[in-house]
Design a protein around this ligand. Sequence first.
Ligand code: ADP
Length: 274
Amino acid sequence: RVISVSAQPIETGAGERGAVAVFHDITDRKHVENELRGFAGVVAHDLKAPLSAVRGYAELIVEALGDPDPDAVEDAVRSAGKVMAGVDRMHTLITELLDYTAARDATMRVEDVDLRELVDDVVTTRADAPGMTGCRPDVFVGGLPRVRGDRVLLRQVLDNLLGNAIKYTPPGQEPRIDVTARTDDTGTVRVQVADRGIGIPDGEHAAVFDSFHRASNGTAMPGTGLGLAICRRIVERHGGHIEALPNPGGGTIFVFTVPAAAAEQPLCENVHIF
Ligand code: ADP
């Protein structure tokens, strides 16, 4: 914990001199300051670089449009592609920064939520996304019970975990993801998302939940290092915890806990939905 001390000299009526010391626990404030420093660093590097690139490519487009050489059209089209990629990158980063603050501050709307419905929705949306055409992740879903929580936030946790499972599976290898859940007798549901991707190096499993942290083997993929920090915030707001473990068959297993819906019966069938 971080403590700050302030002291004020005092004198009693009897002429005795002393001081009053006040101890402030500023751990939370320090945490917010560190976070803001992290944000500022990311904004400086990850937003400024694509912004300069976009500006540079926009200039090239303007030049190409004034160039009578017919090949200049191709240059303009190529530069326009780079502009779009840069804008997409900035859009992702800004969305994740907003999600990150929303994960902490958004008012929770707690209700009974069907996990199976959320997984189906995430998989369908991701499979239909541009770039995923012809590559439906192979998702096996065990019996998923109903849980008690905020539908939008829990969907975001599953979206981040499934998205990472796809992203961190080497190209050319069809992503294979197993989503299963178990309810224990304390009313807690343990949800498990297992992939067969590149895995996380030994000793780095805990750190991947820190904001802006990326594992040493994952930096070739685009990313901000915010997705799992968002997941941890959301899960903790539901009174649960989240961890990453090595998958004995290769890859990674993410496990998070959430409260079960009232009178929920665990299901046990295994269904291949995609
Ligand atoms: P991002 O993917 O944007 O970098 P995340 O916070 O979602 O950020 O993940 C943090 C880091 O954890 C990633 O950079 C990657 O190194 C590692 N990681 C996350 N999910 C997986 C996964 N399923 N397989 C392997 N590594 C992963």
